[in-house]
Design a binder for this molecule. Structure first.
Ligand code: CU
Length: 393
């Protein structure tokens, strides 16, 4: 641009000196040339700006996949991208080569319903921790974990009328919170964000019996739940349910990954979370763990399942293969139950209770009967007695 400005105006001066013609004509020529120079200069500036923008876009485009794949220090990095661009890459079913050995070595999440603590006041203290957990054989994921246990967080069990005193200590890198579905309380007060390094305590009375989800309620909630911030709180009714011989808690959830999690831990792929395209779906945070390590009962015993669908988005259609629910409390409404039903939907953010009394020895799969969930790992076995052989589920 500067070279144009310097040379073009020089031509009229030379011409003017050599010709001795009408100065008015040359003034017009000079004026027109001046305008031409201005137009050229503006065109050049626009062209340079356009080139800069194109380069910036190209740089951002090439950097985005690298960030999504390799930057595990910033878990929410993709959460700020609102658009979903298809196709999305699935890592469904991709496990480490020694998957069978790893699955056997995995210590299954203890699904046993813990006892109700004594007294009127139940104190719960969870210290949130950013940690890597295994969600399928050899598949690692960087979670935000309530109480440093991975996902789900601790199973809590209280009796109707007890007061829960919850203390959340944030040992993570960003603000978090805890939202109890069992509480009737102002969420802006009780479920507020807790800054890293800080603690917050609130109380509520568990007046409503049920099977309740708890979860982090910090925005974007989709990202916080998808990163493992959920758990179950069971509130026993003051009039107890019929006696059961075994009580198991299953928290169903799905995982959305930005890599296969084998060479390096995966983090959340927010686009896949928005598109509801999970890589894995699980009971208690690990794909197929109760297939390798079945839950157990003896013939003739009643087994009770407390099921929470944590999502973050997908429902769980609970079904036990080879039997029928003797009792089902949909939505965990403990005032009445259904009898002889086959499959009951547990909505994301909801819970339910199921009783099965199985007389015959065998391996009875419990599943979400939306069978894509089974394919992605949301299946386990109830082993009744000591059956011989295995089965294909
Ligand atoms: Cu959170």
């Amino acid at each position: 641009m500067s070279s144009h400005s310097a040379t073009i105006p020089a031509q009229p001066r030379d011409a003017q000196k050599g010709s001795g013609g009408s100065s008015a004509v040359w003034k017009v020529v000079v004026l027109l040339l001046g305008i031409a120079v201005g137009v050229l200069a503006i065109t050049a500036v626009v062209a340079v700006q356009a080139a800069d923008e194109a380069r910036d876009e190209a740089t951002a485009g090439s950097a985005a996949p690298a960030t999504a794949t390799h930057d595990h220090s910033s878990h929410a990095s993709s959460a700020n991208t609102s658009a979903v661009s298809l196709p999305l890459q699935s890592f469904a079913g991709t496990t480490a080569p020694n998957a069978d050995a790893l699955a056997k070595a995995h210590v299954a999440y203890d699904a046993t319903l813990p006892a109700v603590p004594a007294g009127d006041l139940v104190k719960v203290h969870m210290t949130l921790k950013d940690m890597t957990v295994e969600i399928a054989p050899g598949v690692k994921y960087s979670t935000w974990a309530f109480d440093g246990h991975g996902a789900p967080g601790p199973i809590l069990h209280v009796r109707q009328g007890q007061t829960v005193q919850m203390t959340l200590t944030n040992g993570g890198a960003i603000p978090h919170s805890i939202d109890f579905h069992a509480a009737r309380i102002a969420p802006n007060v009780a479920f507020k964000d807790v800054a890293p390094g800080e603690s917050f305590t609130f109380r509520f009375v568990a007046n409503d019996p049920g099977v309740f989800m708890y979860h982090c309620g910090t925005k974007p909630v989709l990202a916080h739940i998808a990163n493992g911030m959920y758990g179950a709180l069971i509130v026993d009714p003051s009039t107890p349910l019929p006696k059961a011989d075994h009580e198991y808690v299953l928290v169903a959830s799905e995982w959305y990954m930005n890599g296969d999690g084998i060479a390096a831990p995966a983090s959340l792929d927010m686009q896949k979370a928005r598109a509801m395209m999970p890589d894995w779906t699980t009971f208690n945070g690990y794909a197929n763990q109760y297939v390798t390590h079945p839950l157990t009962a003896k013939p003739g015993e009643t087994t009770r399942f407390y099921v929470v669908a944590a999502g973050p988005t997908l429902d769980t259609n609970f079904h036990v293969v080879g039997t029928i629910f003797d009792r089902a409390w949909p939505n965990a409404d403990m005032t009445h139950f259904q009898q002889g039903v086959q499959t009951v939907a547990v909505p994301a953010g909801g819970g339910a209770v199921f009783d099965v009394k199985i007389d015959g020895e065998g391996l009875y799969p419990f599943v979400s009967h939306a069978f894509a969930h089974v394919d992605l790992g949301q299946v386990g076995l109830l082993k009744v007695g000591n059956p011989k052989g295995t089965m294909s589920h």
